[in-house]
Design a binder for this molecule. Structure first.
Ligand SMILES: *[C@@H]1O[C@H](CO)[C@@H](O)[C@H](O)[C@H]1NC(C)=O
Ligand SMILES: *[C@@H]1O[C@H](CO)[C@@H](O)[C@H](O)[C@H]1NC(C)=O
Ligand SMILES: *[C@@H]1O[C@H](CO)[C@@H](O)[C@H](O)[C@H]1NC(C)=O
Ligand SMILES: *[C@@H]1O[C@H](CO)[C@@H](O)[C@H](O)[C@H]1NC(C)=O
Ligand SMILES: *[C@@H]1O[C@H](CO)[C@@H](O)[C@H](O)[C@H]1NC(C)=O
Ligand SMILES: *[C@@H]1O[C@H](CO)[C@@H](O)[C@H](O)[C@H]1NC(C)=O
Ligand SMILES: *[C@@H]1O[C@H](CO)[C@@H](O)[C@H](O)[C@H]1NC(C)=O
Length: 491
């Protein structure tokens, strides 16, 4: 009896030992997969991802669910000055007169929401400028991520719009975790649908030959871009908007007038880690101690990326983008392949010091007024360079005008992510797909214990393969664009 029992016991033990090995090796392979295999292109890696709304909600504290939930349309009651709203929903056509009136009012009044609660802006507060078009789903997730960031209560969020929409306004005005201001780009295509900077009926068609254009006497016949193409309004808006909002924030807004601290640039489809402000301040401090020539801080890193600029050499980049932008609802999106490995955060304290490269360091970028004042001195290099990308234009400034070139401190483990990935989730082929949101949530959860590093370690990158700019990507040959852009800098 005794021996029998011990035998059973022994068998159980060896069975559980065996099972332990199996479990351990499964865990090991999962770990291997998580750490070393790319999450990227292959569909198979995505199939296990639970990106249902329920799963995404379960990763967000309940108090912030309100930012993810569209408000029920309350038809009868709370339409305070909702004429625009009802106008829109009735006819589907926005009343441009009304929109212009409203956005001018916003730009004049410069209301800072929640200032009573959180007090005036301090120099050591971070100003976060977010360029927004119309993708409210992504914006909701960005807001949720901002809400969870440490020290967000001292920050000022500046939402810079190029599309007026009451639902977006309501969402932004519901933010209660920090100070908020909205600014509106006044030269949008939305408010200029049939005139410059929108598309004038008498503008030359993109592919018309110059000779023919001269004969038809279309508006911009003299000014095709360096690839011989005429202007396409929707490709010009992002760069104009970027330049406008930067000028607005650094030189015109009352609330930021005396601010000499950091200004971070984000976009509607970004997502921040909870320590992004903490890391930014740590980087700023480290710069002052150890990298006096660093003048840009960058919180996002693209790991393995597909670079559409590279393709420009071979293919017709504008055409490719046009195709993409149609899928995308008329918003130009670079086709970055999203790849983040949790293992990266094992070196979460690592930062790299490197010359600023537009395509690598344009995400979650921060500068202060000192740097801006050098940039704005070079306005004509930005505004007259035949490239419709703001980041490449900035690089053009850096290489050809600035005495002190842009030099960046970049975090290895990204604190800003790009969630606006279109077409990554092949199964759904859905631009509003939240698969990437879900993935970022998982990555950050896995990386949680590596966040909030105590110190940073620096690595220096001096030799660069090819930073010499090619001749520009075109799309910015029209002199009306040059003039409009320059006018934004005049005070
Ligand atoms: C996804 O996650 C949610 C919430 O955690 C759960 O209710 C649902 O069953 C999951 N779906 C799948 C397919 O695993
Ligand atoms: C809102 O509109 C719906 C349908 O148009 C209607 O059934 C409902 O009663 C309205 N609600 C109010 C509060 O008027
Ligand atoms: C609504 O519009 C009217 C007139 O346009 C204006 O006087 C009033 O202040 C507005 N109310 C709100 C809450 O914006
Ligand atoms: C747009 O709104 C203005 C008043 O804000 C009104 O005078 C005008 O008739 C409206 N236009 C259209 C097309 O509805
Ligand atoms: C911020 O610093 C600048 C220059 O250092 C100073 O002129 C300004 O008054 C300060 N503003 C605040 C709000 O502390
Ligand atoms: C900026 O500084 C000026 C001069 O010191 C002061 O009059 C003004 O009130 C300040 N503005 C803000 C928003 O702090
Ligand atoms: C602004 O950044 C520059 C580096 O570009 C730095 O030297 C300067 O101290 C910073 N100014 C403030 C007020 O932090």
């Amino acid at each position: 009896m005794k021996s029998g029992r011990s035998q059973i016991w022994g068998r159980q033990k060896s069975f559980s030992w065996f099972r332990g090995i199996i479990v351990a090796s499964i865990v090991f392979f999962i770990w291997l997969e998580l750490n070393f295999l790319t999450y990227g292109n292959s569909v198979s890696n995505f199939q296990d991802l639970n990106d249902s709304n329920a799963a995404i909600f379960s990763m967000v504290p309940a108090v912030f669910h309100k930012f993810l939930t569209p408000r029920p349309k309350n038809n009868a009651t709370t339409t305070v000055n909702g004429s625009l709203n009802s106008e829109n929903t009735k006819s589907g056509v926005p009343n441009i007169t009304e929109i212009k009136k409203n956005l001018n009012q916003y730009n004049q009044q410069q209301i800072v929401y929640n200032e009573d609660t959180f007090g005036p802006l301090q120099n050591d507060s971070v100003v976060i400028v977010i360029q927004i078009h119309d993708r409210i789903t992504y914006l909701r997730h960005l807001i949720v991520s901002l809400a969870q960031a440490r020290d967000i209560s001292q920050a000022l969020l500046v939402f810079s719009h190029d599309f007026y929409d009451e639902e977006i306004n309501a969402l932004i005005q519901s933010i209660d975790f920090c100070k908020v201001i909205q600014i509106f780009y006044p030269y949008s295509i939305q408010t200029h649908p049939r005139e410059f900077p929108g598309e004038d009926p008498n503008d030359c068609p993109r592919n018309m030959k110059k000779e023919q254009a001269m004969n038809t006497e279309c508006n911009n016949a003299l000014y095709p871009d360096l690839y011989g193409h005429y202007r396409e309004a929707k490709f010009t808006q992002t760069k104009h908007h970027w330049w406008w909002k930067s000028n607005r924030v650094f030189s015109q807004l009352e609330v930021t007038r005396n601010h000499s601290g950091l200004v971070v640039f984000l976009e509607e489809d970004h997502y921040v880690a909870e320590d992004f402000i903490y890391v930014l301040k740590l980087m700023d401090k480290t710069c002052k101690d150890s990298c006096r020539h660093c003048n840009v801080l960058s919180l996002g890193t693209y790991l393995k990326t597909y670079n559409y600029y590279e393709d420009a050499k071979k293919k017709d980049v504008l055409r490719a983008l046009k195709h993409k932008s149609l899928i995308n609802g008329a918003q130009i999106q670079p086709s970055w392949t999203f790849q983040v490995l949790p293992s990266l955060y094992q070196h979460s304290q690592k930062v790299e010091i490197t010359p600023w490269i537009s395509s690598k360091h344009n995400m979650g970028m921060a500068i202060n007024r000192t740097t801006w004042e050098q940039i704005v001195q070079c306005a004509s290099f930005f505004c007259k360079y035949d490239d419709y990308n703001w980041d490449w234009s900035l690089q053009h400034i850096s290489q050809n005008c600035l005495k002190q070139k842009l030099h960046a401190m970049v975090v290895r483990g990204p604190r800003v992510f790009h969630i606006g990935e279109c077409g990554v989730h092949h199964k759904k082929n859905n631009c509003e797909s939240t698969a990437v949101v879900s993935k970022v949530q998982q990555v950050l959860k896995t990386a949680k214990r590596h966040l909030f590093p105590d110190y940073l370690t620096l690595t220096y990158t001096t030799l660069l393969k090819k930073t010499k700019l090619r001749k520009g990507n075109g799309g910015w040959g029209d002199h009306r664009d040059h003039k409009l852009c320059m006018s934004m800098t005049l005070r």
